[in-house]
Design a protein around this ligand. Structure first.
Ligand code: UDP
Ligand code: MG
Length: 320
């Protein structure tokens, strides 16, 4: 990547009026210290406090430095970041939270890492993480599952303080699906990735915008956006139940032969064995259906199938 690569910073804002002034000041200072052309894109995610006015005022006061993108209602953090991406023109795009839990002072570090090593994604790892246990435990589970499913070992998928190359951002914008989990989506298009440790602060002003329900929703977004494995689980479960039924049947038969007619409680257990076999078969059938649904789901999402890194040479032929 060229050394004076341009920088876009994307920040989603949802009812963050208490944090905005400090955020704007600190991120502006951090971006200026980078010594490259930059823009800070603030996406208001349908705030009901004074955030939209404050963002408009900032864009008026520092034209070029701040760009305010105001959404008409609340669409969620990841949708807001996507809206910011759609307006970002930089070679390097950094995203961070508006609540100052991600210190803007880390922006230059991410930028430098991206440029000097020509990476697709640089992810932050929050050390030490300043959140409540209630917030950390789900994160831990999500990280483990995501690492397993994607095969990409990143330590902190929940950290939104990250840098992306313009190429990866363009690919993400081509994904038309409604539910997105950006850090994971980015990884599916990235080749060269790196992680750096970033600071993390406790939230001092305002409340977390994630209730437990929103969190669960987000985890489902993450899981379903990555894999259709849960559907396949049905088949496995069915196979296990059917096998159990079959084994029970064989066992009953043997006992009947060995112990004679008194055994087997007048066929009750035999009924169970047959029942299990049928239930198992049903699950296998559902799993098969799931396979097709999974495929439909993948096609409907219409994600780009591949990303060209470079084309060298000019074609001699006219376009057909
Ligand atoms: N956010 C948003 N839309 C939402 C929820 C959150 O744009 O519906 C923004 C919020 O303003 C903040 C970031 O996403 O900049 C992270 O939110 P929060 O700090 O509440 O999440 P937590 O740190 O608890 O994960
Ligand atoms: Mg936060």
């Amino acid at each position: 990547m060229k050394t004076n690569a341009t920088l876009s910073v994307v920040i989603p804002v949802f009812n963050e009026q208490e944090n905005l002034l400090e955020l704007l000041e600190r991120s502006l200072k951090a971006c200026r210290s980078v010594n490259a052309p930059f823009e800070i894109i603030l996406v208001d995610d349908g705030s009901r406090d004074r955030s939209p006015e404050m963002l408009r005022a900032a864009a008026d006061k520092n034209p070029g430095d701040f760009i305010a993108v105001l959404l008409n209602r609340n669409y969620g953090q990841h949708a807001a970041v996507m809206a910011g991406f759609a307006h970002a023109k930089g070679d390097v795009i950094v995203s961070l939270d508006a609540d100052l839990q991600n210190p803007p002072e880390e922006i230059p570090n991410l930028y430098r890492k991206m440029v000097s090593e020509d990476l697709d994604v640089v992810a932050g790892i929050r050390v030490p993480r300043e959140d409540s246990a209630l917030r950390k435990i789900p994160s831990w589970c999500v990280n483990r599952i995501t690492q397993k499913v994607t095969g990409v070992k990143m330590h902190d998928y929940g950290c939104m303080l990250r840098a992306y190359s313009a190429r990866v951002v363009q690919a993400m914008l081509q994904c038309t699906e409604q539910s997105t989990f950006i850090p994971v989506l980015a990884n599916s298009f990235a080749k060269h990735t790196a992680e750096i440790e970033v600071k993390h602060a406790a939230r001092t002003r305002g409340d977390s915008k994630y209730s437990i329900f929103k969190l669960i929703n987000l985890q489902f977004d993450l899981l379903t956006s990555m894999t259709t494995f849960p559907l396949r689980l049905l088949s496995y479960l069915g196979a296990v139940i059917a096998f159990f039924g079959l084994a029970l049947g064989v066992f009953i038969l043997i006992e009947r032969l060995v112990q004679g007619e008194v055994w087997a409680a007048q066929g009750v257990f035999t009924l169970f064995a047959i029942l299990f076999i049928f239930i198992g078969a049903q699950f296998v059938g559902m799993g098969l259906m799931g396979e097709y649904i999974g495929r439909i789901y993948r096609d409907v999402r219409g994600r780009p199938r591949y990303l060209v890194h470079e084309v060298k040479g000019v074609s001699r032929l006219a376009a057909p």
